[in-house]
Design a protein around this ligand. Structure first.
Ligand SMILES: [Zn+2]
Length: 461
């Protein structure tokens, strides 16, 4: 009789054999649908693949000879009794985050199991790693709520999604279906909502379970490194295009050039902002530079400029039609009130625990609309996926940087120090690292650490 370990070894051996024979596949057009990716694909000559600890394997596939590889996929093999590495937040104290081995999750009837292909690091992940977090957290919890992946298993009630599908997931992992806000489609505002990385285990790991309710297909032309940014783009969409109204030609200011602020600037540009001014501090010099690349017509604060005086020199001197407050501190609301024009709008998407120590009289006197913005819902996701896939939403090459899962600490630190804007972790790259490093052949087609249009690998330390 075969023990579980022996059975596991046999599966691994069989996988190796399949891989061995696969090595003889002729290059050129193949029907990649048999591997779970629909459509025709092109297998590059220097195809690389590897066996993961779970006996799975990954390939890079490109849809045309001149295209970058756009996909990693995996074969479905039993996952029972397996563990996986995960970035776990285990206590409320600062620095209570570490890489742990955890079990692969079991899925329910309405869930799919995703092999996570890319997961973004959010400002709130940095918060929980380096400081106290204000929200309710279910310790220990796997971090990561900005992610996309390949479906490797489906529950029996799942329709419209199948193994091999490339998807991204929203963040509302658990909601109260009876909530009046859910009935209105505003499940982002359901007080019972529990999100990935806080209420339930997130995606900074190999596998995560997701209810079908919050899945979205992504086109094959959208890389996972970019698709992982769908979530913060949706936050920015809601703050910029949902909760306030920008008219073409409006003067728009974004306060706080963090990831969300910069994406708000990109959204404001798409919405037709005329003057688009991004405001930061001298510590934000690098990020303000990126704001320029995203389309800001001016950036302020790197030299400690007087923001209010500068605003008086803009157009008629009465200030901005719309101010997006995306800074994570309370005092910026005062700046927003100072620079918004009468009858203008302020969208507040940045959090701030500190109490305000100023009068809100200017809000009354100027008849300003102050609007909060939190999270996102289904229609926003569909629009943002379209904008990313079509290339209309493009935040340039320097916005995000790629790291392996084991490099999570380095990634968090680089974001925390504002050295980079956004880090994206590729959970499977470690297993492929040997191949990736050796893939510097003539066409370098399947280097898992390759550069992608919207993301580049960070070099050095
Ligand atoms: Zn986030």
């Amino acid at each position: 009789m075969l023990s579980i370990a022996a059975a596991g070894n046999l599966i691994a051996l069989l996988t190796e054999l399949v891989l061995f024979f696969d090595r003889g596949s002729p290059e050129g057009q193949i029907d990649v649908a048999r591997h779970g990716v629909p459509g025709k694909g092109f297998i590059p000559p220097s195809l690389q693949y590897s066996t993961t600890p779970f006996g799975r394997r990954f390939k890079a596939v490109r849809l045309a000879p001149d295209q970058e590889p756009i996909n990693m996929w995996c074969e479905n093999l039993p996952l029972m009794n397996r563990t996986m590495p995960a970035v776990v937040n285990y206590a409320p104290e600062p620095h209570s985050v570490e890489l742990r081995e955890v079990p692969v999750p079991e899925i329910g009837d309405d869930d799919v199991l995703l092999a996570v292909q890319a997961v973004g690091v959010c400002g709130t992940d940095i918060h929980v790693a380096y400081g106290q977090h204000r929200g309710k957290i279910n310790y220990p919890v796997i971090l990561g709520h900005e992610f996309g992946g390949v479906i490797v298993k489906t529950g029996k009630n799942v329709h419209g999604f199948k193994e091999g599908d490339r998807v991204v997931s929203e963040t509302a992992a658990v909601i109260d279906e009876t909530s009046p806000f859910v009935h209105r489609g505003l499940y982002n505002l359901d007080p019972g909502r529990r999100g990935y990385g806080f209420g339930v285990d997130g995606a900074m790991t190999h596998y995560t379970k997701v209810p079908q309710r919050i899945l979205h297909h992504i086109p094959d032309t959208l890389s996972f490194e970019v698709a992982a940014l769908t979530e913060p783009c949706c936050v920015a969409y809601n703050a910029t295009c949902g909760n306030v109204r920008i008219f073409p030609g409006d003067a728009v200011a974004v306060i706080g050039p963090g990831p969300i602020g910069l994406l708000c600037a990109a959204m404001a540009k798409l919405a037709g902002a005329g003057d688009l001014v991004v405001i930061g501090t001298p510590a934000d010099a690098r990020r303000l530079q990126i704001a320029g690349q995203i389309g800001a017509s001016a950036t302020l604060g790197a030299q400690g400029e007087d923001i209010v005086a500068w605003t008086r020199s803009l157009r008629d001197g009465y200030g901005f039609d719309v101010v997006i407050d995306a800074a994570g501190v309370s005092p910026t609301l005062k700046v927003a009130l100072d620079i918004v024009r009468p009858a203008g709008q302020i969208s507040k998407v940045g959090w701030g625990q500190q109490p305000f120590n100023f009068s809100l009289d200017p809000l009354v006197h100027k008849a300003v609309t102050l609007q909060g913005s939190f999270s996102h819902n289904w229609p926003i996701w569909e629009r943002v996926i379209f904008l990313l896939a079509s290339g209309q939403l493009d935040f340039g090459k320097e916005f995000s940087h790629i790291f392996q899962l084991a490099e999570w600490h380095e990634a968090f630190a680089a974001m925390h120090s504002a050295e980079i804007v956004k880090a994206v972790l590729l959970p499977w790259v470690k297993e492929n690292a040997g191949n990736a490093v050796s893939a510097d052949s003539a066409d370098n087609t399947v280097n898992a650490e390759r550069q992608t249009p919207n993301a580049e690998r960070r070099t050095g330390n």
